[in-house]
Design a protein around this ligand. Structure first.
Ligand code: BG6
Length: 513
């Protein structure tokens, strides 16, 4: 057991670092510098995740957390503000964050390591101060977390580089974590990568796609590669289609300004949904080391056929059972043509997947919140069941449930008990909570912990980001005019045109029920 140095004026008796969770080693000592210390991401996700890591004893006693933001503020006030947010999340019974309780000892452990630093992201001062402070503490490992608007990515990395803050030494790492959106199309992503890589090595850059922080997403590889049942059928000979859904019930909330520029397609497709697709479609890697996994995923993005505008459907929610239309939302133009729904039909041009459609859809203000992947197998020959109505024969579907349910289900056919041969569709399902203790988890724990350990498996490499944008280039900059945006009622399952796209292939979306 390690004890922490008494670094804070608000010291308490609770400075003992808890023992690490079984089988896991604490991260190496480091300073985490968060740009955007006052922002939503810091309050809602980073601090709760750090708190959870502290509870699990996975942070080193020598850790420091420096929060940089515009505006003067005392560390004590920042700390109080963060604690208030954490208390609020804890009080929220539906929260995945320690619903109902907050452990004072764990919070004090974090609070003792906080330091607030006022500074403008585009002025040199704060970077010089940081350099002095880090050097006078003996240098050491530092993670710079860019929890800021994407327009600050370039200036911050540039200043970090110019101030000498990204220079690594023997056994000393300097890493930069960058949130999405990483560019808005191929040209901007290339430009951003080129700029960043002028000041840092690729191995120092940790590009986050928060979907990869979800246990249920990481489990896709476990389900595929740890079970002999799936691999033989995981190919075009047996799989008819794959559907990947990220349906949300929320609207744009207070993000109208951002969303007007972004839209559902850019916001979700070439990043989150492509990442899910990559996990489902990639070849088995030789090992779980970062490059093996990322190389196999990169192969999938390389093999994706560039999306044609005819292979996407855009929608925008209108007034409906779930509330007002998008155009009536705050900060949204009354004649906006921004899409709040996007569906795409994607093909992977390789040996395993040739001809298998991957249908992707996402949307705001849909009927249900549901993120899931459904792998539908081909039908059996009907001969044996010729006296049975064929529509009773359901296709086998393996569904990997990502959110809000966590688990898998499998649809298959059995004989209905009784004297005649009649088929009945059944579903066998598993929920993580039936087998494993629920863990408080906001989805950033693994990402932060991995970054401290230097494990890049779950982070996006420059080449894959660019290949993903390249796949959607013709949709973002169509030669024949913008992709039409169809209306759908708030609270519905999306625009009818999306159903029509699948109907052309003789397929239907899995209903959102
Ligand atoms: C974000 C998008 O990246 O992902 C949001 O910008 C979206 O618009 C969110 O709501 C969905 O993430 P999750 O984890 O809530 O499914």
């Amino acid at each position: 057991m390690t004890t922490t140095p008494n670094t804070s004026a608000s010291s308490s008796t609770d400075a003992v670092t808890p023992p690490a969770a079984a089988g896991r080693r604490p991260a190496p000592s480091c300073t985490l510098v968060i740009f955007g210390a006052g922002g939503d991401l810091t309050k809602r996700l980073l601090m709760p995740a750090l708190y959870n890591l502290a509870v699990d004893g996975l942070l080193d006693a020598g850790m420091k957390i420096v929060g940089v933001n515009h505006g003067e503020m005392e560390t004590a006030a920042w700390s109080k503000d963060l604690k208030q947010s954490l208390d609020q999340f804890a009080a929220d019974k539906a929260s995945t964050f320690h619903a109902g309780k907050l452990d004072d000892a764990a919070w004090n452990w974090i609070a003792q390591r906080l330091q607030y630093m006022a500074g403008e992201f585009e002025s040199d001062d704060v970077f010089n101060t940081l350099k002095q402070q880090i050097d006078s503490a003996g240098g050491g490992n530092v993670i710079f977390y860019l929890a800021v608007s994407s327009r600050f990515f370039k200036p911050i990395v540039e200043r970090l580089g110019k101030a000498g803050l990204l220079k690594e030494g023997d056994n000393v790492f300097r890493r930069v974590v960058i949130e999405k959106p990483f560019g808005t199309d191929l040209a901007s992503a290339r430009d951003l990568n080129a700029h960043i890589l002028t000041y840092a090595q690729e191995s120092q850059i940790y590009r986050i796609d928060h979907f990869l922080g979800k246990d249920t997403v990481q489990s896709i590889l476990a389900v595929r590669f740890a079970n002999a049942l799936f691999e033989p059928i995981w190919r075009r000979e047996y799989i008819d289609q794959v559907q990947i859904t990220a349906a949300e019930t929320i609207g744009v909330e207070a993000r109208g300004q951002f969303y007007e520029q972004t839209g559902a397609f850019r916001d979700m497709l070439p990043n989150h949904l492509f990442q899910l697709l990559g996990m489902v479609a990639m070849e088995p890697p030789n090992s779980f080391d970062a490059e093996s996994v990322r190389n196999k995923k990169a192969d999938i993005f390389d093999a994706m056929k560039p999306l044609h505008p005819d292979d996407v459907v855009f929608g925008q929610y209108e007034k409906g059972p779930a509330g007002v239309g998008y155009r009536e939302e705050q900060d949204v133009a009354p004649n906006s043509t921004t899409e709040t729904y996007a569906a795409a039909r994607v093909f992977i041009d390789n040996w395993r997947w040739a001809g298998v459609p991957f249908y992707l859809r996402t949307g705001k203000r849909l009927k249900l919140r549901r993120t899931e992947i459904s792998v539908q197998l081909k039908a059996v020959p009907y001969r044996l069941f010729r006296d049975t109505p064929v529509d009773q024969l359901v296709p086998n579907v393996l569904t990997l449930r990502i959110d809000p349910a966590h688990g898998t289900s499998f649809d298959f056919n059995v004989k209905v008990p009784g004297p005649v041969m009649q088929l009945g569709a059944v579903q066998s399902s598993f929920d993580y909570s039936n087998f494993f203790a629920e863990r408080a988890n906001v989805g950033y724990e693994t990402l932060l912990y991995d970054c401290m350990l230097g494990d890049e498996t779950l982070f996006q490499r420059a080449d894959s980001i660019e290949t993903s944008w390249a796949v959607v280039e013709d949709v973002l900059h169509p030669k024949g005019g913008a992709v039409p945006v169809h209306g759908y009622a708030a609270g519905s399952e999306g625009p009818a045109e999306s159903d029509a796209m699948l109907a052309r292939d003789g397929h239907t979306w899995r209903p959102l029920v």
